[in-house]
Write a protein of this length. Structure first.
Length: 122
């Protein structure tokens, strides 16, 4: 049995298949908005948008269990918001901002701006 100890491994099931990223034409607005509707996932996206490519633990916080964080990254990957690349022992996540903008103009920027405004009201 192979043990995987890296954060947010892009491998799933016993077959060890890499997770694929959806093509831009496969992205749906409902999936994108669902993914961005969760506060934890929105925080992850905001960190990546502000700081650029990040390792899983760098943008998820230490107070979240690895399994929960892995689930959030999976939702973000499957919705087409982020791209994950394995580099050595790390899994680096980047925002698919250009692809999202081409498919759904203004949506990502609007959601991120709205989230910033909501934080200012707290």
């Amino acid at each position: 049995m192979v043990a995987i100890s890296q954060d947010c491994s892009p491998w799933h099931n016993a077959t060890m298949q890499p997770i694929s990223h959806p093509d831009t034409s496969q992205l749906t607005l409902a999936a994108v908005l669902y993914a961005l509707g969760d506060p934890v996932r929105l925080k992850i996206v905001k960190v990546i948008a502000e700081k650029g490519e990040q390792a899983c633990r760098s943008c998820g916080g230490s107070d979240i269990a690895k399994s929960t964080l892995s689930h959030h990254f999976k939702i973000l990957r499957e919705s087409g918001i982020i791209h994950t690349e394995k580099v050595g022992t790390q899994h680096l996540n980047s925002l698919r901002a250009d692809e999202l903008e081409a498919r759904f103009p203004g949506v990502l920027a609007s959601v991120l701006a709205s989230a910033d405004e909501a934080e200012g009201c707290e």
